[in-house]
Design a protein around this ligand. Structure first.
Ligand code: S3P
Length: 453
C-alpha cells in the first residue's frame, strides 16, 4: 500500500442471526502491541513478545521500528522478538515511515523521533492524512523538535527533525489523550532530567506500565479529582523484558455487544484485559442491564484479565457521563449500537474527541443510525439515541470512511436488526481485528457478500 493508498473496498452485509453461542478469543491488545515493539526498539538486547496483535496497524509499527534500526522477527511459535538499539541509538530512516491507518503508531513514534537527533517523514492512508497532529507536534517542539514539512493544518505527510538535545518539559495535556501523553514520555526518554505530563482525566496507562516493566523510573501521582501527574526520569537504560499481550478489550466489545442483543445468545469471550482505564464500556453496558460475568479472573503480563460470559438480555437506556469518555473512547460506536436496541433513551456525553478518530466517528455513527432507522440527535457534543425496545429496523447501507470500528459496529447491528445492514467496506477491519468476521461467523453470525480477507 502506498502512503496515501487504498486497498480495494470489500463490502459486506450482516443479517439477523440465530442465537450466538460458543467461546471466542479476541486478538492481542493494540495499544499494548504498539508499545511492546517500541520499547523493544528502545532497549538494548532482545525483547520477546507473546500474543502480539498481528494487524495492519501493528505491523506498520514493526516496520517503522525496523527502519529505525531494530531487528524484528516472528518465530514459528507465533512469538515475536525485537532486537533493540537502545535510547540514543536510533538510525535515521531512509524511507518514509508509512503508518497506513494507524494514528497510535504514528503519534507514539513521533514522540520517539522527536527526542532523537534524527529526521523522519510520517505518512499514511487518506484517513491518517486527515488526523490532527499539532497536538503531538506542539509539545515536541517545546522539547526541541522541529517540523520541517507538513500538509495544511499540521497533517501528514509530516517531516520531523528530532531534538539534537531534547529538553525535559512539564506538559499539561489539553485533552485526555494517551497518545499525547505517550509521545511526550517517549521523547522524554532521551531528555536529561524529569519529564512530567499532567492530565486532568486519566487516560489509558499502558505506556507508564510498560516503561516501568522495562526498568524506567516513573512516578504517578493523583492530580485533582480524576487526573494524574506522571514524571519520568530521563535517559534510563531500558532492559529488554518479556511482554505477554492480553486480549484487546476494544475488540472484545464487538462480540460482547453482539451477544447482548442477538436473542438467546450465550458467548464467552476469553482473555479480555480489564485494565480499569479501558473498561468504561463494561461499566456502561452493565448499567444498561447487560449480563456479563467474569470467570477465571487472573493476572497476565501485569494486567488483570478474565474470560467474560455474556448472555443476551433486555437493555435499557442510560446517561453516560463525559468523564467516562477516556476509558471507553473507542467503544462509543458499538455502545451506540447497544443503545439502538435498548428500552428508552441513551445519552452519550462529551464526544468531541470522536470527531478526530479514524473518521469523524460522531458523524459516521449518526449517518449509520439514520440509514438504519434509529432515531437520534446530536446535541452539542452529546449523542442521544432513542432505543427500539429490543428491536432496530436496520436495512442501512453504511459508509465506513476507512474506519474499522464503524464497520464492525454496524455489522454487529445487522446481526440483530429486522433488516440486514451493509457496510461499504471491511478491508480496514484488518487494522485492528483481522479475524473479526470469521470469529463472529463461528459464533453463529450470518454474513452475506464478499469475504473480508
Ligand atoms: C490509544 C489511545 C486512544 C485510542 C486509540 C489508542 C493508545 O487515543 O483512541 O485507539 O493506544 O494510546 P487518544 O489517547 O488520542 O484518545
Amino acid at each position: 500500500m502506498s502512503g496515501a493508498g487504498s486497498t480495494e473496498a470489500r463490502p459486506l452485509t450482516a443479517k439477523r442471526s440465530g442465537a450466538l453461542a460458543g467461546h471466542a478469543r479476541v486478538p492481542g491488545d493494540k495499544s499494548t502491541s504498539h508499545r511492546a515493539l517500541i520499547l523493544g526498539l528502545l532497549s538494548i538486547g532482545e525483547t520477546r513478545i507473546e500474543g502480539l496483535l498481528e494487524s495492519d496497524d501493528v505491523l506498520r509499527t514493526a516496520q517503522a521500528c525496523r527502519q529505525l534500526g531494530a531487528g524484528i522477527e516472528r518465530h514459528g511459535d507465533g512469538n515475536w522478538s525485537v532486537r533493540g538499539v537502545g535510547i540514543g541509538g536510533l538510525a535515521e530512516p531512509e524511507a518514509v515511515l508509512d503508518f497506513g491507518n494507524a494514528g497510535t503508531g504514528t503519534r507514539l513514534m513521533m514522540g520517539v523521533v522527536g527526542g532523537h537527533p534524527i529526521t523522519a517523514t510520517f505518512d499514511g492512508d487518506a484517513s491518517l492524512r486527515k488526523r490532527p497532529m499539532r497536538r503531538i507536534l506542539d509539545p515536541l517542539a517545546t522539547m526541541g523538535a522541529q517540523v520541517m514539512a507538513q500538509a495544511e493544518g499540521g497533517r501528514c505527510p509530516i517531516t520531523l527533525a528530532g531534538a539534537r538535545h531534547a529538553a525535559p518539559i512539564e506538559y499539561h495535556t489539553p485533552v485526555a489523550s494517551a497518545q499525547i501523553k505517550s509521545a511526550v514520555l517517549l521523547a522524554g526518554l532521551n531528555a536529561p532530567g524529569l519529564t512530567t505530563v499532567i492530565e486532568t482525566e486519566a487516560s489509558r496507562d499502558h505506556t507508564e506500565r510498560m516503561l516501568r516493566h522495562f526498568g524506567a523510573k516513573l512516578t504517578v501521582e493523583p492530580h485533582g479529582q480524576t487526573g494524574r501527574r506522571i514524571t519520568l526520569t530521563g535517559q534510563p537504560e531500558l532492559r529488554p523484558a518479556p511482554v505477554v499481550v492480553p486480549g484487546d478489550p476494544s475488540s472484545a466489545a464487538f462480540p460482547i455487544v453482539a451477544a447482548s442483543i442477538v436473542a438467546g445468545s450465550e458467548v464467552t469471550v476469553e482473555g479480555v484485559m480489564l485494565n480499569p482505564l479501558r473498561t468504561g464500556f463494561l461499566t456502561t453496558l452493565r448499567e444498561m442491564g447487560a449480563r456479563i460475568e467474569p470467570v477465571k479472573q487472573r493476572q497476565e503480563g501485569g494486567e488483570e484479565v478474565a474470560d467474560l460470559n455474556v448472555r443476551a438480555c433486555e437493555l435499557h437506556g442510560v446517561d453516560v457521563p463525559a468523564a467516562r469518555a477516556p476509558s471507553m473512547i473507542d467503544e462509543y460506536p458499538v455502545i451506540a449500537i447497544a443503545a439502538s436496541f435498548a428500552h428508552g433513551r441513551t445519552r452519550l456525553r462529551g464526544l468531541s474527541e470522536l470527531r478526530v478518530k479514524e473518521s469523524d466517528r460522531l458523524a459516521a455513527v449518526a449517518a449509520g443510525l439514520a440509514s438504519c432507522g434509529v432515531p437520534y440527535a446530536i446535541e452539542g457534543d452529546d449523542l442521544v439515541i432513542e432505543g427500539g425496545k429490543g428491536e432496530a429496523t436496520g436495512g442501512g447501507h453504511v459508509l465506513t470512511h476507512l474506519d474499522h470500528r464503524i464497520a464492525m459496529s454496524f455489522l454487529v447491528m445487522g446481526l440483530a436488526s429486522r433488516r440486514p445492514v451493509s457496510v461499504d467496506d471491511t478491508a480496514m477491519i484488518a487494522t485492528s481485528f483481522p479475524s473479526f468476521v470469521e470469529m463472529m461467523a463461528e459464533l453463529g453470525g450470518e454474513f452475506l457478500g464478499a469475504a473480508p480477507r
